[in-house]
Design a protein around this ligand. Structure first.
Ligand code: PLP
Length: 389
């Protein structure tokens, strides 16, 4: 009766285990100060432009003259046009018809798998955002990994001898903070087109890309429109983790087995999803106004400054790390001889800093450790000070 995939799914102990160890430490040492750099949730409030737009939209909903019921199928045109404009400013051509508004990237990453048969082979980076693995285990798909390492800077390239149908790429990456170069994405696009594979490109951290030489979308890579779906979110771009809004771009040219994936996704969404609230879509639209963009970028700059401060402290203390420049994550090599959880315990007991053990993101994360820059400045400065002790 129950799908076997759900019976095969492993419990996720990572954040509950972190919580349990921190609570045990606090109970044993109530006098000790603890600085948290473990959670990937934003801390800055929504831009004022966003809350003002949502207040206005909320008043419209309470007035018979401006009230709205069910929204447009793919999301309101005003928001899809704003998203298309955001891409155009980056020099990437996306048609509003190819954009689908959702309640965030996690839902779309899971839901998009409805389009693919369960016998597809899936290629996932190791280490990885765990959702890619779990959603495919639920469906019972065969999973292969491509391995990140210190040697390849956690931006591994395709192994041409391996066949895959679905490929996950996350750049800037969670958990490693690594960002693919244009040349590396060109390699992936060429490989996917040759294999007939579909790339699911997770651009949740695109707003952190500050280096103009680095791509923040796969859709600007020649050939991507015949092999890639881009999933994005306002969660990290504009602090929408609790407000919920994202978008997925399915290019017109993307077809498999003679079917347009855009058409299938439209069919899937109109069958199983009734859209994001008008109020939230108006708030999301405001993100892309000059004022909204300015405020969102100020928040991103704040997190990036946090990352720079903590990165400098890591360097000074002799640690090597990836990320932290075009990403809120600092993926740090544990000291020689320490496994991820051993380093977690050492850092908590000796320095009072909480991070996330890399082993929780896959076998290739063993010996690595994730710090996040989503915190207030005071905590970051304190963590930098504690680390240097
Ligand atoms: N993709 C990655 C890589 C993430 O790290 C996250 C959230 O942390 C998501 C997607 C989910 O984002 P959303 O809040 O839009 O569901």
């Amino acid at each position: 009766m129950i799908r076997t995939g759900f019976q095969n799914i492993q419990e996720s102990y990572l954040f509950s285990e972190i919580g349990a160890r921190v609570r045990a430490f606090q109970a044993a040492h109530p006098e000790r100060e603890i600085v948290r750099m473990g959670i990937g949730d934003v801390t800055r409030p929504l831009p004022k432009a966003v809350t003002a737009a949502m207040e206005k939209a909320s008043r419209e909903m309470g007035d018979a003259a401006t009230f709205r019921g069910y929204g447009d199928e793919q999301g309101y045109a005003f928001l899809r046009e704003a998203v298309a404009g955001y891409y155009a400013d980056k020099g990437v051509r996306v048609d509003p018809d190819e954009i689908f508004i959702s309640d965030g990237a996690k839902s779309d990453l899971g839901n998009v798998l409805d389009l693919f048969s369960d016998d597809c082979t899936v290629l996932i980076p190791n280490p990885t955002y765990p959702v890619y693995v779990d959603t495919n285990v639920m469906a019972g798909r065969k999973i292969l990994f491509y391995e990140g390492s210190g040697e390849n800077g956690f931006t591994p390239l395709p192994d041409e001898s391996v066949h895959a149908d679905i490929i996950y790429i996350c750049s800037p990456n969670n958990p490693t903070g690594a960002v693919y170069t244009r040349e590396a994405l060109e390699r992936w696009v060429a490989y996917a087109n040759r294999e007939g594979a579909v790339i699911l490109f997770d651009a949740a951290y695109e707003a952190f890309v500050r280096d103009p030489a680095l791509p923040s979308s796969i859709l600007g890579i020649p050939g991507a429109r015949t092999c890639a779906i881009e999933v994005c979110s306002l969660s990290k771009t504009a602090g929408f983790t609790g407000t919920r809004c994202g978008y997925t771009v399915v290019p017109q040219e993307l077809t498999r087995d003679g079917c347009s994936l855009r058409r299938l996704w439209l069919r899937r969404q109109t069958t199983k999803f009734n859209g994001v609230s008008y109020i939230v879509q108006r708030g999301a639209e405001a993100v892309f106004t000059p004022e909204g963009l300015r405020e969102s970028r100020e928040n991103i700059a704040y997190y990036l400054e946090n990352a720079a401060i903590f990165g400098a402290a890591l360097k000074k203390a002799g640690f090597s790390f990836v990320g932290g420049e075009n990403s809120p994550y600092l993926w740090t090599k544990c000291p020689e001889g320490y496994k991820s959880w051993e380093f977690f315990d050492w850092l908590l007991s000796e320095r009072g800093i909480v991070g996330t053990p890399g082993a929780g993101f896959g076998t290739a994360g063993e010996g690595w450790f994730r710090f996040t820059a989503f915190a207030d400045r005071k905590s970051i400065l304190r963590a930098a000070e504690l680390l240097g002790k």
